[in-house]
Design a binder for this molecule. Sequence first.
Ligand code: NAG
Ligand code: NAG
Ligand code: NAG
Ligand code: NAG
Ligand code: NAG
Ligand code: NAG
Ligand code: NAG
Ligand code: NAG
Ligand code: NAG
Ligand code: NAG
Ligand code: NAG
Length: 548
Amino acid sequence: MVKVAESLYVFPLLLQGALCNAHSNVKGNGTETYARNLLLESMSWMDMYYDAEAGYLYSLDAAALTHETRASAWYASGLLARNDGDDAEQAMMIIRNVIDGQHKNVSSQWFGDYQIYPEEPTVGTAQYHPVIYNSWDPNWRGFVGTTFVLMLEEFPHLLSHDIQQYMLDSLYNTSIGDSYRVGGVDDDNLYPAYSNPSIMRAFVTGWTGRRLNESNMTTAGETYAQEVIDLFNRANTLSEFNSGTYAGVSMFALTLWAKYMPPSSVMGENGGRMIKETWATLGSLYNANLKNVAGPWDRSYGYDMNRYLSILALQLWTLVGKENAPINAKPYAMGHKDDFAIGPLIAILAPFHNTLVDNTTFSALLKFPGTHAVETSAFSPPFDTYPRNITTWMSANLTIGAESFSENVVGGPAKNPNSFNPAVVQWGRKDGSVGWLTLYAQVKDLIAVAGEKSLNLTYPTGNSTSMFTFLVSTNSKAGNRDVSSWADVEGVDVTVSGTIDPIYKVTFNGLVGGAGSPINDFEMWNFTYTMPPGSEETPHVLLGFGLA
Ligand SMILES: *[C@@H]1O[C@H](CO)[C@@H](O)[C@H](O)[C@H]1NC(C)=O
Ligand SMILES: *[C@@H]1O[C@H](CO)[C@@H](O)[C@H](O)[C@H]1NC(C)=O
Ligand SMILES: *[C@@H]1O[C@H](CO)[C@@H](O)[C@H](O)[C@H]1NC(C)=O
Ligand SMILES: *[C@@H]1O[C@H](CO)[C@@H](O)[C@H](O)[C@H]1NC(C)=O
Ligand SMILES: *[C@@H]1O[C@H](CO)[C@@H](O)[C@H](O)[C@H]1NC(C)=O
Ligand SMILES: *[C@@H]1O[C@H](CO)[C@@H](O)[C@H](O)[C@H]1NC(C)=O
Ligand SMILES: *[C@@H]1O[C@H](CO)[C@@H](O)[C@H](O)[C@H]1NC(C)=O
Ligand SMILES: *[C@@H]1O[C@H](CO)[C@@H](O)[C@H](O)[C@H]1NC(C)=O
Ligand SMILES: *[C@@H]1O[C@H](CO)[C@@H](O)[C@H](O)[C@H]1NC(C)=O
Ligand SMILES: *[C@@H]1O[C@H](CO)[C@@H](O)[C@H](O)[C@H]1NC(C)=O
Ligand SMILES: *[C@@H]1O[C@H](CO)[C@@H](O)[C@H](O)[C@H]1NC(C)=O
């Protein structure tokens, strides 16, 4: 367990121009500068959306001038960190608004949760049904709650006594509301294996219990945290494995465990180790040439980290600098750009968080260490019958990653084939851009093994109606606009064999045309293989890859 006490408050001081060498020996000496850049850049972007009259951020999707709760809370944390002019006053106005809009009916399933947006009708009325993850999002208790704790821990001197008290009341309610969450009951899916909200829930409940001397709440936080830890300890992996977005959220939340919980808490005791281990795994899967974490990805909102904004990339920004991280010069032009709003939280925690990244990992984030293979596993009960076996082959300009699984759902625990990517290939192209291929998740059982230049896929319970659909990147600016066979795919030679019908179909998922629509903001080519009519063989396909 590593605790770096001197990093407390270092960051706000630095913003005010104070010199601080506390971390000058940590990860080169960039962290403070990089974190400051991230804070200021994400804030100046959000400033454009701030509605000072309302005390809320406009929706980042600019939906006819409605506002948004969660991004407003994140922005408030950045206002406190920046503390320029009347920033702190604005932050307090936002916080008050967010809590005024917190759901207050203790008998409703969404008690203690925060509104999605202040203009919304009352959740649970005849005209506005309570639909989990739609009209209310149970994870927002965690997102807003963790933000409140961070503000109370880092900037109490900027918050009036009344506001602090109001935040504590709010955290109390949110913790009670979170205790209503039981995976499999009332459409909820919060099992300990749902890593990112689980880690947040344990933290907010445990922290609030300690702060308010509510021993039941303290115990509830510890108990839930222990379940998350037990699951982690099986193979030192998070159940929600290796996705640019959610590994970032989990790491953010684990940082709260490590930084704000005492060693007497299982969270304080284990948080730092879990971050180290998770970074070590990510480091082994990171390809600094391609600036991407290789597959498989349990829940991804894109296929090339250089083109969608991942929370993990914000953490990388604080570690290696924006230029070396998978972040476009204009982050707000990337896919999934709304997540840039979490920038302030990542920046505030970076001086502490970054000390937990070991040297080997840190160096792999800057320089690809050489061809290697990674084998590990992850486990998401009650969806997985067995732990998912993960194999990834990493080389300088070609990575192949896959996981075998046997689940009771299609599309991973989130039941979302658009985000579950169990078999992924990425390659570097001549212009420095990244090509990719992902197996579209259509089955409950997959045997997938990534080897040197190969990807071996079998549907053990498939039949003659099975299909293998590979979603493939569009070519770079210099490459063919049109793709009708593997030969047209830029930068890679692909060979395909197996029990499939060798004749495949290629269609386009385009922004304004083609057979289908983009997924996760990405346009793509759809290469689909079917089985020969009446085939009695097990569906199987072996792909070979070479750089072209
Ligand atoms: C640390 O900062 C100094 C001055 O800004 C710079 O010259 C040096 O290269 C940096 N070292 C590392 C390891 O980043
Ligand atoms: C509170 O929620 C319960 C359960 O959904 C509902 O029956 C009750 O009418 C609500 N009370 C108010 C004041 O809305
Ligand atoms: C917390 O919930 C209670 C109902 O149990 C409500 O009266 C109170 O206003 C809520 N507090 C906040 C800060 O929303
Ligand atoms: C909680 O208990 C501690 C130690 O007994 C005490 O100092 C503190 O004031 C209490 N806090 C609250 C909110 O009751
Ligand atoms: C705490 O938990 C105990 C045991 O479950 C229960 O008897 C007690 O009423 C709880 N106290 C509070 C304040 O909720
Ligand atoms: C890690 O790197 C830092 C800075 O380069 C160095 O001071 C430290 O000794 C290294 N730690 C280990 C365990 O190698
Ligand atoms: C990888 O690609 C880069 C950029 O195209 C090239 O300079 C390098 O030689 C390639 N490395 C290997 C091992 O193919
Ligand atoms: C993963 O590998 C283990 C050990 O070889 C095996 O028992 C398990 O069934 C495999 N899991 C899957 C989902 O194939
Ligand atoms: C591909 O996987 C299947 C099923 O596990 C196995 O029978 C076959 O030997 C593998 N082929 C190669 C080339 O690894
Ligand atoms: C093939 O599998 C699908 C999905 O499990 C099933 O619905 C279908 O009936 C099966 N078809 C045949 C011919 O066995
Ligand atoms: C891919 O194309 C096949 C037809 O070839 C179609 O059935 C399938 O729905 C498409 N999948 C996606 C994700 O676009």
